[in-house]
Design a protein around this ligand. Sequence first.
Ligand code: S3P
Length: 425
Amino acid sequence: MNKVVKNFLKGLKGEITIPADKSVSHRAVILASLAKGKSIIKNFSKGKDPLSSLEVCKNLGVNASFDANLEINSTGKLLAPISKLDCGNSGTTMRFMAGVLAGQNFNSVLIGDESLSKRPMKRVIEPLTLMGADIKSENFKSPLQIFGKNLHSIEYNSKLASAQVKSCILLAGLNCDGKTVFSEPYISRDHTERMLKYMGANIYSNKNTVTISKSELEPKTIEISGDISSAAFFIVAALIVPNSKIILKNVGLNPTRTGILDVVKMMGGNLTILDEKEISGEPVGDIQVEYSQLKACKIEGEIIPKLIDELPVIAVLATQAIGTTTIKDAQDLRNKESDRIKSTVSELRKLGADIDEVEDGFIINGKVPLKGGCEVETYQDHRLAMSLYVAGLICEKEIFINGFEWVDISFPEFEELFEKLKSPH
Ligand code: S3P
């Protein structure tokens, strides 16, 4: 699908509710499938990725019905699938399920789409193998053939700060005798730890180390808050589109995800958090943000895992900040749905940005007017598609985004919500 985006310099105004967090939705459906009994998931994401997790769980014998809420009924024991398990575009589904399936008493095969089949799986195959797993892959890429084995606990020091790797090992450890201990160089998002605790697992965290022991999960009602990674597109849009002032309601504010708010602060953006509370073990609040004069900043080190998915749209933001913004230590961006360093640089340059690629990030000089008047590519990457849309709101001439349908992977409501802020009542 080709999307034409015209600039909107009148300003975004009004209030919207941000749809459910994709990361938390994956965890809710997978953990509810492992708990014996009925779990109710309120506000499950409509993105294609969490739906891939739901389909995989259904193919493992879990009952699910969608009404106002998603209801999961499970015996707590998964059944051997009759076909290959399709994770679609979702790395989270594949890496989490590898941890769940490696310790089952049946075999299974995880497959994915073209983009997922190119993504690295060594990061989960290696530690799972140390736990006794038997996984065959295509040179550490999917399809993953998993031969179910009895796993044993390990202590694992991950070189990567990755919530997907951490969650995979915690899910495998949930089924092992002894203590499974996972450490990472910087803390990555901790939704899995919080939800496991909420569902009664024997788990505790100390700084960057998490320890889990064999546990039975209790079914629960889980309410999912809005996705800060989705809110990020509106935050950046309001900061760079003149005359904007908006409120984003119901945004998850887990401190392992709020790196973008710290960046906005460093850049001098006008952003306020209103009405903070806690829902199902996660902090939530409303965000008010308005058009601001921005200054460049340095983004590196331990903040990176806290904003990893926001970096393409932060690159758009940096084009409008005065000075040179440097983004470092983000080499894993090259392993996302696209090589996000290469794809972000090539497409923003087409629009007129002054942005350079470095091995582990970007160098962006601002403030530069974006000219537009051209076609851009999304490389089958939902976050790049949405970042380009945001850039299009300030381009002098209209832009044409090829492959805009990829937005549905995480955020099918994206455009409708922008329309609402363009014509508030
Ligand atoms: C995710 C973790 C991050 C993130 C991805 C979702 C999760 O990946 O980029 O979109 O839900 O745990 P990594 O763990 O590979 O950094």
